[in-house]
Design a protein around this ligand. Structure first.
Ligand code: PHE
Length: 342
């Protein structure tokens, strides 16, 4: 009896020493198995029970239980201590007084903002959105637009050509041709935003990749006053009712007569001077003739329809609206610049 009592005292002391020495959950579990596991020391000691005289059994049983409870309690306490210790370690370097990290939200680029506004105004007037390829044929970009082979714009020093003979479109006017080729019959009323490419030296007002917005209206009896009314309405909608718009005679191969449009912004905070903003004109009959030849029918015959076309630079429209002095700001992705539009 006293034998078993002292054995249990030793086992309990050994167990507590092993538990105390455990440095992580793994070594703690090893200790649990060593004493309380199936062939653990305490489990083995319990096997004396079956050989004990009946009257000693309750007392020894009680001692065994006490030892098991004491070891279990020690294991539980140590496990909690280890978890607390690990938690404390993981937050030791955490400064809860630091401000949180804000996730930056995206915003629409100023060029896209402007393009959306422009298309919205024209859509209100019944113009539909149209697109065309950036890699274009010479025919769509030049020939069909009445631009002769010796025109400077067709020079290799002005235009990016591919070995195939195709090119990067120098203007969105090619979409005029594509739309008239593909539309069953007039009327055609489209607005076509998109990129254009020129071998320009990059400076404060020029990029070699830029964006234009093309417009085309073809129907019976479209007149120059339709052109003027539409574009005056557009620029006043865009820049404010007090905006002045003037048309200066100009030359484009694919329109006749042709004009350049200047605007003067009189709204507060704007620089009130005339700024060249767009090219436009009445579609040259030679363009309808080329389109008719390609279509093989006279739906767009030059004796049937008339039309007006216009083209403007998206970057220019945007720079005027926001007072941006250098076009390169628009492509440099400098957050200090872009955040002003967010
Ligand atoms: N395509 C011309 C340009 O890039 C602009 C324009 C378009 C002029 C339509 C007249 C009509 O300069």
């Amino acid at each position: 009896m006293s034998d078993i009592a002292s054995t249990l005292t030793t086992i309990q002391a050994d167990a507590i020493a092993a538990i105390t020495a455990a440095t992580d959950e793994r070594s703690l579990d090893d200790a649990r198995v060593a004493f309380l596991g199936k062939s653990g020391t305490l489990t083995k000691a319990s096997s004396v029970m079956k050989d004990l005289p009946k009257e000693e059994k309750p007392k020894v049983g009680q001692l065994l239980n006490q030892a098991r409870q004491a070891i279990t309690a020690e294991l539980d306490a140590k496990r909690e201590a280890l978890i607390a210790e690990a938690d404390a370690k993981s937050v030791a370097d955490l400064d809860l007084t630091l401000p949180g990290r804000t996730l930056p939200t995206g915003a629409i680029h100023p060029l896209t903002l402007m393009q959306d506004r422009v298309t919205k105004i024209f859509r209100q007037l019944g113009f539909a959105l149209a697109t065309g390829p950036e890699v274009e044929t010479e025919w769509h970009c030049f020939d069909a637009l009445n631009t002769p082979a010796d025109h400077p714009a067709r020079n290799e020093s002005d235009t990016f050509y591919f070995d195939s003979g195709k090119l990067l479109r120098t203007h969105t006017s090619s979409v005029q041709i594509r739309t008239m080729e593909e539309t069953a019959a007039p009327p055609v009323r489209i607005i076509a935003p998109g990129s254009a490419f020129r071998r320009d030296e990059i400076d404060a007002t020029h990029l070699s990749v830029f964006n234009q917005i093309e417009g085309l209206y073809v129907a019976e009896n479209v007149t120059l006053s339709d052109l003027k009314g539409t574009l005056e309405f557009f620029f006043k909608s865009l820049y404010g009712e007090s905006t002045e718009v003037r048309f200066r005679p100009h030359f484009f191969p694919f329109t006749e007569p042709s004009f350049e449009i200047d605007v003067k912004l009189t709204a507060a905070g704007k620089d009130a001077k005339w700024i060249e903003i767009a090219g436009c004109g009445m579609v040259d009959p030679a363009v309808f003739d080329e389109v008719s030849k390609a279509r093989g029918n006279e739906a767009f015959g030059s004796d049937k329809v008339t039309g007006f076309a216009f083209g403007m630079g998206l970057e220019r429209l945007t720079m005027i609206e926001y007072g941006i002095a250098d076009i390169r700001h628009l492509i440099e992705n400098d957050q200090r610049f872009l955040n002003q539009f967010a």
